[in-house]
Design a protein around this ligand. Structure first.
Ligand code: ADP
Length: 788
């Protein structure tokens, strides 16, 4: 179940990433190539008016000082007492729908055509967000009569400083947008792709983290990318088209730059397998602290956040230096080979980051965030390749582990089959001795053989169960069952054992417990057998008490079993170890008691599969109580009432089930002649006419000659196996045994195989080793007991 979940989550995550990548590219293409090309009534042409401006400043006394060679982009020094003025003529062809768009920074501005105010911007309204004013656009409405008239820009500042003018153009708003978008298309593409990819990676990474575990760290990568996208989105020229309050938005780039290194450091920390976690965590804390202080100082107008962006760069490049140091150490110690591709990505990102800084310092004439976006894009691709490799490796490891587990359980199943076959012979023959011998000494030996053989059998069953649990193949098969029947069976199974040790076995069942439940009856029984057997095993004198009660929570019955003994008890320090596989505690005291240390491990796993629980309370030397809860669905709310625990089995076992079926005829097929001897020997007193043969082929031949009431057929036989023999028998239209009852008689005792055999067409199933009583009980379902 967990494996299926594991695989599908990986597949789904990859699918989601791919789909979102495709959508983001598609959206970009759609937005830039379709929407703004149609409809055709929009005019996308713009006239760039970066040059041809006459510039001068006017001081408080009205004296003008001319400036020469002013061409956008440019910087003009303005005193707070002065007004900077730029003038030029409106282009010859303007229409009513045209605007003059101007990108500027650090001033209040008014735009006049002749003496008519057409556009203005003053930062008073937005100054709560920042003390300085970011780059932004201002628009002036033009009409067709403006052609050739003088347009005048008047700029004033609150404090002496530099006014920046970066672009100016005339056109329709859609055309102006298109013009700037074309200038910044790569930056815009990065924003779209990074946003979508970042979110996709966060979703995919979180899914993998929750579903499979911390094997890949795509979510950290996703957060980094999302912050880079946010940075570019809020610092690029096109932010004017996306947001209303540019002054407020203009601090987001500083915030993003300050935050994005945190997930990045966590990502690198995971990739480096926490070798430098101290360094990384210190850095993350410093970054976070810096962010908080920065926000605090900004809110209280101590320092404008934007003005501390240099500090963010310093901190980030400091981290880069730390990173390079860890790369160097990993390379030197030889443990960095596995993430070489990530390192290359980081180098590229660092180089392009430097280009970005150079660009911001004005040494490189591009004010987009393209270099840094490109750096992060390339680095993300490299990191993504690394993560995919990790995922593939994990998947391969998982498959190998799965194969090994399969081989292991196959081996154990085969071994158990092979061991069961001779045990069948030993126990069967021994049962015959127990029945037929009158010699007390021989009976004593045979009884020892019986208990050793039974012990060996339970050990094989435990190992089989354990291997199934380990390989994740143990399944819970719920059916409706009667609780009183389960408890009576349990009492009958356990009673003789307790009696043999002179212990009192008591079952107290609360009368209100529902009578019919739905759950895995066999596994519930197995859990209780384990716990009660232990209680009997580890108790020398006194009693074993089983208290059964329940609690109903939302229609589910939480069955509670408290198994209390007056035995050796368990030391406090050993209680935690009890549920480990092959763990036996207090060995010195318990070494004479047979056990493997598997029972409680299996019990715990079974309870986990059934959403149940187990707890132990014990006083060393006084006794123990095992508290078990198992949620079961209520089928019949009627209470069980008072259950009469009568020892029905002891008497039957002593005498054996009385069974005779004179005139009935059965065929036993098994390639091991000893097994035939055992089966026939055990049924010797039943007056059944018994034929035997050693192969499927002989079985088919004999079935053509004589009609049998029941055919007991072994599974694993050389040549034609039991299943093939059955199919041929059922397909043979002329055979008189075509519809005879066929019972599978096999040493294959894995849970669930019975259902498989029934599906193949067998009428019933009997696992080896079997006792005479089990055999006659099964046969009794198909042939008449003439004694009854
Ligand atoms: P084992 O086959 O050894 O009984 P289990 O897994 O069933 O294996 O139990 C593990 C260990 O827990 C035992 O070896 C024993 O030391 C201790 N133990 C289990 N049940 C009891 C009990 N009722 N009283 C005392 N010790 C117990």
């Amino acid at each position: 179940m967990r494996k299926i979940k594991h695989q599908s989550i990986i597949e789904w995550s990859v699918q989601i990433v791919m789909i979102l990548c495709f959508i983001s590219v598609f959206v970009y293409v759609f937005m830039t190539r379709v929407r703004w090309q149609e409809p055709s009534e929009f005019d996308h042409t713009v006239i760039v008016v970066d040059s041809g401006w006459r510039a001068y400043t006017v001081d408080s006394s009205g004296t003008a000082s001319e400036m020469t060679g002013v061409k956008f982009p440019c910087t003009i020094d303005v005193k707070k007492t002065d007004t900077a003025v730029l003038e030029r003529s409106v282009p010859a062809y303007v229409s009513d729908t045209d605007w003059l768009a101007l990108r500027f920074k650090n001033c209040n501005i008014k735009i006049y055509v002749e003496d008519e105010l057409r556009g203005s911007y003053t930062k008073v309204n937005t100054s709560i967000y920042r003390t300085s004013q970011p780059s932004r656009y201002v628009y002036a409405d033009l009409d067709d009569t403006d052609a050739g008239k003088t347009v005048r820009l008047e700029m004033t500042v609150l404090n002496d400083g530099e006014v920046k003018l970066s672009q100016a153009c005339v056109g329709q708003k859609i055309g102006i947008f298109r013009h700037y978008l074309d200038n910044q298309k790569w930056s815009f593409l990065c924003v779209v792709v990074f946003s979508v990819l970042g979110i996709a990676l966060v979703i995919a990474g979180t899914c993998i983290r929750i579903g499979v575990g911390n094997i890949v760290h795509l979510d950290y990568l996703g957060w980094t990318l999302a912050f880079v996208a946010l940075w570019d989105m809020t610092q690029s020229d096109f932010r004017d088209f996306l947001f209303n309050n540019i002054t407020a938005i203009s601090i987001v780039p500083t915030m993003s730059l300050s935050l994005f290194v945190i997930p990045f450091a966590l990502y690198i920390n995971d990739v480096q397998k926490h070798r430098y976690s101290k360094l990384n965590y210190i850095f993350c804390s410093v970054s976070l602290a810096h962010f908080v202080v920065m926000v605090f100082m900004h809110i209280f107008k101590i320092v404008d956040m934007y003005d501390t962006i240099w500090l963010v760069f310093v901190i980030n490049y400091l981290y880069l230096i730390i990173l390079m140091y860890t790369f160097y150490r990993d390379r030197k110690s030889g443990c960095g080979a596995y993430y070489k591709i990530v390192r290359i990505g980081v180098y590229i990102m660092a180089a392009l980051g430097i280009v970005q800084i150079v660009s911001f310092l004005g040494l490189y004439p591009d004010n987009t965030g393209l270099p840094m976006c490109l750096g992060y894009g390339i680095m993300t691709i490299f990191c993504f390749v690394y993560e995919v490799r990790v995922l593939i490796q994990v998947e391969m490891d998982r498959k190998t582990a799965h194969r090994v587990a399969d081989m292991k359980s196959e081996f154990l199943a085969t071994m158990s089959h092979e061991i069961r076959t001779p045990i069948n012979a030993i126990l069967g023959m021994n049962e015959m001795i127990l029945r037929e011998s009158g010699d007390g000494k021989v009976l004593g030996y045979a009884s020892d053989v019986d208990s050793a053989g039974t012990m060996l059998l339970s050990l094989i069953n435990d190992i089989l169960d354990f291997s199934k649990i380990e390989s994740g193949k143990m399944e819970i098969v719920p059916t409706d069952y009667s609780l009183s029947t389960l408890l009576i069976n349990l009492y009958n199974l356990m009673h003789k054992r307790a009696d043999d040790k002179g212990l009192e076995l008591e079952f107290n069942v609360a009368h209100y417990v529902p009578s019919v439940l739905n759950g895995d009856e066999l596994r519930v029984q197995q859990i209780l057998i384990n716990i009660i057997t232990n209680a009997i095993k580890y108790t020398a004198s006194g009693s074993v008490t089983v208290n059964v009660s329940c609690e109903e929570v939302e229609g589910i019955c939480i069955l509670k079993f408290d198994v209390e003994d007056t035995g050796v008890g368990i030391r406090k320090k050993d209680i935690d170890k009890l549920f480990g596989s092959f763990t036996r505690v207090d060995y010195d005291k318990n070494k004479t008691i047979e056990g493997t240390g598997l029972g409680l491990a299996i019990t715990k796993e079974l309870l986990t599969l059934m959403n149940g629980s187990i707890k132990v309370e014990s006083v060393y030397g006084v006794g123990s109580v095992f508290h078990i809860t198992i949620p079961q669905v209520v089928v019949d709310k009627n209470p069980v009432g008072t259950i009469d625990f009568v020892d029905t089995v002891t008497s039957a076992k002593q005498t054996g089930i009385e069974f005779e079926s004179e005139g009935s005829c059965i065929l036993i097929v098994d390639d091991v002649s000893l097994n035939l001897k055992v089966a026939a020997g055990l049924l010797k007193d039943t007056k059944i006419d018994i034929d035997v043969c050693e192969s499927g082929k002989d079985c088919l031949l004999m079935c053509r000659k004589k009609k049998y009431d029941v055919i007991l057929l072994d599974h694993m036989m050389p040549g034609m196996d039991g299943i093939e023999t059955l199919h041929r028998l059922r397909d043979d239209a002329t055979c008189m045994n075509r519809d005879s009852v066929v019972i599978m008689l096999t040493a294959n005792a894995i849970q669930g195989v019975k259902e498989e055999y029934i599906q193949e067409g067998f009428n019933d199933y009997l696992s080896k080793p079997f006792t005479r009583d089990q055999m006659v009980e099964t046969l009794g379902r198909y042939i008449a007991n003439t004694l009854a």
